[in-house]
Design a protein. Structure first.
Lengths: 337, 261
């Protein structure tokens, strides 16, 4: 697999002294959906903006498709599409005008624009509303238009900064579908940031957990969850004399790490992996030993647990500057409509 | 170079589409200078009945003296507000979109400046037409009117450039507005836009001499009142062009290095 983005000891300290990114190193493979998961203010946006050359790194190097961003930002910009957190579409233009201006900025000939632009508008379900002013669009439509704009020049790599921030669950799932389609049909590499656990879990091939400007963990979502321990099976039994015998038998199953006895007749089995496959076996043993299971429940660790494990807390809101608040307020107002 | 021209047109096109869509804004920007002309021109119109004052103003018709001033004042305003669009673009995230595109960065200030100049030119044309209706006769004829509009465009280029350069570092509209207010009125009243330098106290006439507004007003006034008197038209135009070049160079430099923070 080819490494399409390489980030080496990237550091970004703002003029006011804030260390937004404290020396991170990672790489992204071609055709991968790579996610940055972390709370607001963790350094996600700073990292994206530094990779695409909107910010100058304080230290470190970034290579996109083998090109050093610091030396040749212009070439890198041709390769990438970027949809910012603020949904940078122009309210006072129609959807079509937004797309057309974007096409002109990339010097796409009129004929090709018409072909691609209309195709994108249809794909993102905006074709019928293309002649309406964006100020009449809903939050989801705006976001879709913004992503369509980022795709007009067929970029190799798409950067999506919080692509579903502030959207309802249904719209969010629609956008996930588009993202997966882009990767599958166009072999596009997608780098996204999010602070939604489910989004990172469902969508990303690999996830980096970032907090206070540092990468705390980086792997496939499944691996990350395994890392912090396996599944937990909780069950209750009707009391019989065979219980001890039953528990001993369960303990001897291959993936079982531990069996705990909790108060009020509740038992917990800690499983290293694939707890779901263990449940039928537990039932078999219970039948053999004549023990009646009255309830059984499987709990798998979520990315939230992973996050908690690596950062010591759940996702929270960070303090931001006044201007950030203004931007965010404007964005929320535009999104909610 | 070709890229810079194309990108400049694209940026300018976006601004103009938005300008022509905002009907109330067009109406107000068109009516405002007309009101100035009608109001100021009328209240002061008797001043030139005094032969001494008439000599100071260089014409027997105060409106002829006033019109170039109003043209330049309007260009000043249409130019100096150009910066607000950068601040707004930054807030809605559009500026990042422009910075992430493989465009020549200078096309951002150049495109916005061009659009501001075109808007200013339209306003100037309306003022000149209205002045004609009120009885102002342009000594240099129709061609002179076109040159007046051109000079007003070159002039508004200076201040939209300055405004855009300021806005590239200023983050809030309020700060920009404060700076604009701080600049415009003193610029207006320390220039020869509304009063002839001969009528000013010495200290003010010195300031008026180095004020770029005066350099733009003087050639326009000559074209309006006296006609094609090149010795008094060219110096002003050349100085305006020099200012244009300095501002163009500065904005090229500033925007080339512009980042998102």
């Amino acid at each position: 697999m080819k490494e399409i983005i390489k980030v080496a000891s990237l550091k970004k300290t703002y003029k006011n002294g804030t260390e937004a990114v404290k020396g991170i190193t990672f790489s992204i493979n071609e055709g991968e959906i790579f996610g940055f998961l972390g709370p607001n203010g963790a350094g996600k946006t700073t990292t994206i903006k530094t990779i695409i050359g909107l910010l100058k790194p304080t230290e470190g190097e970034v290579f996109v498709n083998g090109i050093n961003v610091k030396e040749n930002p212009f070439e890198v910009r041709r390769l990438i599409g970027y949809a910012s957190q603020e949904t940078g579409v122009d309210d006072n233009l129609t959807g079509e005008e937004n797309l057309r201006i974007q096409a002109s900025l990339y010097h796409i000939p009129e004929k090709e624009y018409l072909e691609r632009g209309m195709e994108l508008l249809k794909m993102f379900g905006l074709y019928e509303r293309r002649k309406d002013l964006v100020s009449f669009y809903s939050g989801g439509m705006r976001k879709r238009l913004d992503i369509a704009c980022a795709l007009i020049h067929r970029p190799k790599i798409l950067f999506l900064d919080e692509p579903t921030l502030g959207l309802d669950v249904q719209t969010r799932v629609t956008i996930w579908d588009y993202i997966v389609k882009l990767r599958d049909n166009h072999k596009m590499t997608i780098f996204l940031t999010t602070h939604y656990m489910e989004e990172a879990d469902e969508l990303c091939d690999r996830v980096a957990i970032i907090d206070h400007g540092e990468i705390k963990a980086l792997d496939k979502p499944g691996k990350l969850k395994e890392l912090i321990g396996g599944d937990i099976i909780t069950f209750t039994l009707n009391y019989t004399n065979a219980i001890e015998e039953f528990l001993t038998a369960v303990k001897e199953l291959p993936t079982v790490k531990d069996v705990r006895k909790l108060p009020r007749g509740i038992f917990q089995i800690i499983v290293s992996q694939n707890g779901d496959r263990l449940i039928p076996k537990i039932f078999e043993i219970s039948k053999e030993k004549g023990v009646e299971i009255t309830s059984i429940r499987l709990k798998r660790p979520t990315l939230d647990d992973v996050y908690l494990h690596f950062t010591g807390r759940r996702i929270r809101d960070e303090e931001a500057t006044k201007e950030d608040h203004v931007r965010r307020r404007i964005m929320m107002r535009r999104t909610r409509r | 170079m070709m890229g810079l021209v194309l990108d400049t047109f694209t940026i300018c096109k976006r601004e103009l589409i938005k300008y022509f869509r905002q009907k109330p804004r067009i109406i107000v920007t068109m009516i405002q200078p007309v009101i100035w002309l009608a109001l100021m021109g009328n209240t002061m119109s008797k001043i030139t009945n005094n032969p001494f004052a008439s000599k100071l103003f260089g014409t027997g018709n105060y409106l002829s003296f006033m019109t170039p001033g109003i043209v330049i004042m309007t260009s000043l305003f249409s130019g100096i507000f150009a910066g607000t669009s950068i601040i707004w673009d930054r807030r809605i995230g559009y500026l990042d979109k422009l910075l992430a595109a493989p465009i020549k960065r200078a096309s951002i200030p150049f495109g916005k400046t061009l659009s501001a100049s075109i808007q200013g030119a339209l306003q100037s044309a309306i003022i000149l037409l209205f002045a004609y209706i009120l009885g102002v006769r342009f000594a240099s004829g129709f061609l002179g009117v076109l040159v007046i509009i051109l000079i007003s465009m070159l002039f508004s280029f200076i201040f939209s450039g300055i405004s855009l350069i300021l806005s590239s570092t200023i983050k809030t509209i309020e700060t920009l507005m404060a700076i604009i207010n701080f600049m415009t009125l003193p610029l207006m009243f320390s220039s020869t836009a509304l009063f002839p330098s001969k009528a000013m106290p010495d200290w003010l006439s010195v300031i008026a001499k180095i004020n770029p507004l005066s350099y733009a007003v003087n050639p326009i006034r000559t074209l309006t009142i006296k006609g094609w008197e090149f010795s008094s038209i060219l110096p002003g135009v050349i100085i305006i062009l020099i200012f244009d070049l300095i501002v163009a160079f500065l904005s090229y430099y500033v925007f080339k290095r512009l980042t998102s923070d």
